[in-house]
Design a protein around this ligand. Structure first.
Ligand code: HEM
Length: 475
């Protein structure tokens, strides 16, 4: 009996040791990846890669990637590890241009894992790949022309008025405190609700509105949410488990609301100049009319050839589910980026009173000229405002990292380095935007960097990329 028990314990022990050894092998098998290719790299920690401090919440991901950028000083590129995944970090502006623009046909995807069946809301422009992305991008681009945005301006003004009323009520006479990030999040939620879905949300009066709740659910940083997304993103074996990125509540909310709105507009013949209308047009006619001189049907592809989009839909079916995913993307990509930028902007204005005074003068002059009713055109003539926003996005690039994946084998120009298909690449904007070679005194908030006034040097190309660049830039 004792002998049987002993051998059972031994077997169990051997199984556990083998499993640990296997796990260790899996987690550490790539650690020589960059070394064996002669690429300068930063020594990783097993499982965490170079992001240990991020996972342990000692720093944020943008700051850590910025640090890795500076640790690789003197090199055009270098190897890092995001968990077990080897990633090439790009530093040199010319190389960044090559990847984002010149040789885009090798780097048209971001490599974000997507399981469309489980996550129908995830199948949007940011994550889609290959020909489906290309087709959808060329179909959606005309929905974002300045002409289309101009038509939506009236809705933005309405929401701004609601915010002004709210602020006038809430700002305490004694100059107490307000949570400005939440106020801007409500404002941009209202803007997206109106421009995107034709809904007058007024999140100020109804702070528990479902849209605001969904936005909070998606973006509010909780550790487990972060860890789940991080593991799904960088530990390939976990992607096979098909973990859903969105709650069931979120999926059914968006699916339901978009279906309902489309149904209502179609059966009541209601039209409105918003994003939903453009999607309905896309669904029914297969395209959105361009209001610029070149036609939607002739799209210049990244390799420079002109193609007719309507003849090459590459099996892209504009189902209700795919259209809903684009609305979802519009909501998520639109409200958080804008409200975060606005929050950082007012923070900098508060601690830089001389910038605030100058901007206020420009605002007052514009309001005076426009007799209190500024138009889209009036806003676009505000040069100092433009520089202030550009400087905000330099110091706080809200989409902090550009991501690309090599889609077919590629030799990096001027090197012998042959990248395999599937190699991930990043451009950390918290490195590039704080590099004193391109942005002297980088921690100073200085909108005049962008004003082109006096003898200020021009910002070198591909060193300031808050909206990315190339055919896959921000739409
Ligand atoms: C301050 C505001 C915003 C910033 C800083 C920003 C920044 C970015 C960046 C850096 C990218 C990645 C570009 C690249 O990989 O080269 C991106 C992609 C994208 N953004 Fe924005 N964005 C903003 C607002 C918006 C808004 C309001 C929308 C509206 C829908 C939007 C829609 C998108 C889409 C659809 C993509 C993916 C494009 C594609 O892959 O084809 N963004 N954005």
């Amino acid at each position: 009996m004792g002998f049987v028990l002993d051998s059972l314990i031994l077997e169990l022990f051997l199984i556990v040791v083998s499993l640990i050894a296997l796990l260790y092998y899996y987690l550490s098998r790539n650690e020589d990846y960059w070394k064996s290719r002669g690429v300068p790299f930063i020594q990783p920690t097993t499982f965490f890669g170079n992001l240990k401090d991020v996972v342990l919440m000692r720093t944020s991901e943008p700051e850590q990637l910025g640090r890795l950028y500076f640790q690789l000083a003197g090199h055009s590129f270098g190897g890092i590890f995001q968990s077990v995944t080897p990633v090439l970090l790009l530093r040199d502006p010319e190389l960044i241009k090559t990847v984002l623009v010149k040789d885009f046909d090798h780097f048209h995807d971001r490599g974000i894992p997507l399981n469309e069946k489980r996550n129908p809301l995830g199948a949007h422009l940011i994550t889609l790949e290959g020909s489906r992305w290309k087709t959808l991008r060329s179909k959606l681009t005309p929905a974002f022309t300045s002409g289309k945005l101009k038509n939506m301006f009236q809705f933005v003004v309405e929401c701004a008025r609601d915010m002004t009323v709210h602020l006038e009520e809430k700002v305490p006479d004694d100059g107490g405190q307000l949570e400005i990030k939440e106020i801007f999040a409500k404002y941009t939620t209202n803007v997206i609700g109106s421009c995107g879905f034709g809904l007058r949300l007024n999140s100020f009066e109804d702070p528990h509105s479902k849209f605001r709740r969904m936005g909070r659910q998606f973006f509010e940083p909780t550790y487990w949410k972060f860890l789940r997304r991080w593991i799904v993103m960088y530990v390939p074996v976990v992607q096979k488990l098909k973990i859903s990125a969105f709650s069931h509540e979120m999926t059914s909310f968006f699916m339901g609301i978009v279906k309902e709105m489309i149904g209502y507009r179609e059966s009541n013949c209601v039209t409105r100049s918003d994003f939903l209308q453009l999607l309905i047009e896309l669904k029914n006619r297969g395209r959105v009319d361009e209001d610029l001189p070149f036609s939607n049907e002739n799209v210049i592809t990244p390799d420079g050839t002109v193609q007719d989009t309507n003849k090459r839909d590459h099996g892209l079916k504009l189902t209700d589910s795919l259209l809903t995913a684009q609305c979802f993307m519009f909501f998520m990509a639109g409200f958080e980026t804008s409200s975060t930028t606005m929050s950082f902007c007012v923070y900098e204005l508060a601690i830089n009173p001389q910038v605030q005074d100058r901007l206020l003068r420009e605002v007052d002059e514009t309001l005076l000229k426009a007799k209190g009713e500024p138009t889209y055109q009036d806003i676009s003539t505000m040069d100092y405002l433009d520089s202030v926003i550009k400087e905000t996005l330099r110091k706080y690039p809200v989409v902090h990292t550009l991501m690309r994946v090599c889609t077919r084998p590629y030799t990096l120009p001027g090197t012998n380095l042959r990248l395999e298909a599937g190699t991930k690449m990043v451009v950390p904007l918290f490195g590039l935007h704080y590099d004193p070679r391109y942005h002297p005194d980088p921690y100073r908030f200085d909108p005049e960097r962008f004003s082109g006034e006096g003898s200020r040097p021009v910002i070198p190309a591909y060193t300031y990329l808050p909206f990315g660049d190339g055919p896959r830039n921000c739409i």
